[in-house]
Each structure stands twice: as C-alpha cells, then as structure tokens.
Design a protein around this ligand. Structure first.
Ligand SMILES: Cc1ncc(COP(=O)(O)O)c(C=O)c1O
Length: 370
C-alpha cells in the first residue's frame, strides 16, 4: 500500500498572498469590470509604463504569457529559418520552443554549476556565422553573468535577449533584470515573484523600434488603423484584468522580494555545514530575485522522499535538461554534450519559498533535512 501524506507546506501559497492584498485586488478587478474595457486600455498602458520604470528600461509591451514574450521577441529580432540562437539547456522548455517556433535552431551551451546560469566561457565555441541572438536565462531568479555575456556578444556583434521569466527584481551591479541586455522577456505566471491571476507576460527594452515591432506582432501585425495588417502577427495581447492585478502586485514586489531574501538567509543559516547539501549562493555583485531556493544533493531523491513524508512539498527544476527532451531533438543534442546541466538535473531540489512562509517552517524543513 502506498502511503498518502497530506502536504502541509506547499511550494507557494497564493491564497495566503491574496489574503494580504484582498482589498486592493478586489477594487482593481471591479474597476476593470465597471469600466467595461477588457482588452487594452489604461490598465495595460499604465502597467507597461510602471513595469518598464521598475526595471529601469525605457519601453515595455505586455503580451499574453512569457512564452509569447520570447517567441515574439525572437521574431522582432529577425530570427528565422537558417539562423542559430545560442542559449542554455538548463531551463524551462519555453526558452527552446521560442527558437523552434521561429524556424531557427537552438545551440545549447553549458552552465556554471554555482549559479546554474549560462557559462560565458562556453560562448565563443558556440557562435557561428549563423548566430543571430544569444539568450541567457536568469534561472531561479539569479542573474546570468551578464557583463561577461555582453562582452562576448559585443565582440561578435550579436544582440542579447534576457529570459527574465523568473527574475523580477534581480540585479547586477545595481541594474535590474529587464535592463541588462538589448531586450528582456518576463512571465507573470501565477507562481512567479510577480504573478498574474492567469497567464501574462512582458517584453522590455530601451529600443523603441524593437518594442513597437513586438507590439505589432502581438496584435495581428497591425498598422496605424485597426484593419491594417502589415505583417503576419498573432493575438498575444495582455489581458486587462491581469494588468490590473499586476499593477497592484507590482507595488508590493520589492517588499515580497525582501521577505523571500529573509527566508533564504534562514535556510542558509539552518543548513550551514550540513553534509551532502550544497546551498545556493549569490555571485558577487548580483542580487537574486530568489524565485526558487534550489539546493544540490547527491542523495536528492531520498531527501525529497523524506521531506514528502514530513508533509513538505518540493520540486525538481528541471528533471531533464531541454537538449535531451524529444521536442528539441531537431537540435541534435545527446547525453554527454552538457555535463554540468546533466549532473544538475540529477541533484537539484527546490524547497518551499514564498514571502508568507513562516520562518519557523524554514527551521523545521532544515531540521528534517539535517
Ligand atoms: C525560464 C522561463 N522561460 C519562459 C517561461 C515561459 O513563461 P510562461 O509560462 O508565462 O509562458 C518560463 C515559465 O515558467 C520560464 O521559467
């Protein structure tokens, strides 16, 4: 008989978050319903303005989700058949999908084992005459080594797009994700540091022309008038109700990220010196958004089972690096190509982390792990 254990500590708790901001969110939703404008309008325009300002970027365009943010950005960069895009395999599948959906081929490079992000020293070997774009991913909220990535990219004259889906509020040398490359994409999937009440996404850039191309592609390739269709686009507009929710939550993002950081410090203190566990750390000069708290252990599966029997939810991000996913077979990846990414997929374990997580619970989880 399999034992069923009730989960008492979830990975995220969106009900607890809603309880803290109920009045603000309810008022914002009712405002949209009462105004009767459900597509576009002031809420969307203001969210774009406020989120761009938050990131330190000049322009932003809301889209339907983080996958579309990537896919449409690649198209706006002119990525198409015959092109190569250099990225990592230690990421969520969407990063690779956006490349194939534009008819291009991903070239995967390995990651730095300390920060789980793109290893810039692997870049020069991966760049060819066909390379159109480089896409580092700020995984778990930790920024990729952007100064080094931008340096290699500049030497080859190739633009860089940040996949910042997990990194709202992350910083490198005091500059925020969303303003660390030529453009950036965000996901507002509900569990993200800044999450909608459904799907939503955003593209940021200092290049007004680039953001205008994304906006055109996200709204049926439109021109100056509603029924001018200048290029083949799609419907990937940001939902107005989501924009209203996101505007409320954006005001709390910094405080919530600080609360995440307090829980991370508590984990780090409680796990310090625990044999067999490598706790995540920030690279000097970087501030992680701490979307996830992901440890490494050679005994990961046993550790996960132990926590599960104590009612603690955990997750593996990700069980298979995407160069080994059947969907990415067209890139020709095979086991052994990316040793660090492959090893990490065997060792990583994400622990519960959210602003409302009680600090005593962090202590309890760490005690179980010890
Ligand atoms: C690194 C990364 N890129 C892209 C995405 C895609 O975002 P969405 O789920 O909003 O389409 C995600 C979503 O989890 C992600 O984690």
């Amino acid at each position: 008989m399999t034992e069923t254990v009730t989960v008492t500590v979830p990975m995220v708790d969106l009900k607890a978050q809603y309880a803290r901001i109920r009045d603000e969110v309810d008022a914002a939703l009712l405002r949209v319903v009462a105004a009767g404008q459900f597509i576009g309008g002031e809420e969307c325009r203001l969210l774009e303005e406020e989120f761009a300002r938050y990131c330190g970027a000049a322009h932003a365009c809301g889209v339907a989700n983080g996958t579309d943010a990537l896919t449409l950005s690649l198209k706006a960069f002119g990525v198409g058949p015959g092109d190569e895009v250099v990225t990592v395999a230690n990421t969520f599948i969407a990063t690779g999908e956006a490349i194939f959906l534009n008819g291009a081929r991903p070239v995967f490079v390995d990651v730095d084992p300390a920060t789980f992000t793109m290893d810039p020293s692997a870049l020069p070997r991966a760049i060819t005459a066909r390379t159109k774009l480089i896409v580092p991913v700020h995984l778990y909220g930790h920024p990729a080594d952007m100064p080094a990535v931008m340096d290699v990219a500049a030497r080859h004259g190739i633009p860089v797009l940040e996949d910042a889906a997990q990194a709202h509020g992350a910083e490198v040398a005091g500059k925020r994700a969303g303003n660390l490359a030529h453009a950036a994409t965000f996901s507002f999937y509900p569990g993200k540091n800044l999450g909608a009440y459904g799907d939503a996404g955003m593209v940021t850039s200092n290049d007004a022309g680039f953001v205008a191309r994304v906006r055109q592609l996200a709204n049926h390739g439109g021109g100056a008038n509603k029924y001018d269709n200048v290029v083949v686009g799609t419907n990937s507009r940001l939902d107005t109700l989501q924009a209203a929710v996101l505007r409320v939550k954006l005001r709390h993002l910094d405080a919530w990220n600080r609360e995440r950081r307090e829980r991370v410090s508590a984990y780090a203190r409680a796990l310090d010196g625990t044999a067999g566990i490598v706790a995540p750390r920030e690279r000097e000069g970087c501030r992680s958004a701490w979307h996830l708290y992901t440890i490494r252990s050679k005994d990961r599966d046993h550790l996960q089972a132990r926590l599960r029997s104590g009612g603690i939810a955990t997750a593996v991000h990700y069980p298979r690096p995407i160069h080994l996913q059947p969907a990415m077979a067209g890139a020709g990846g095979k086991m052994g190509d990316l040793p660090v990414s492959e090893l990490l997929s065997q060792e990583v374990l994400s622990l519960p982390l959210y602003p409302e997580l009680p600090l005593e619970t962090v202590e309890r989880i760490a005690a179980l792990m010890r």
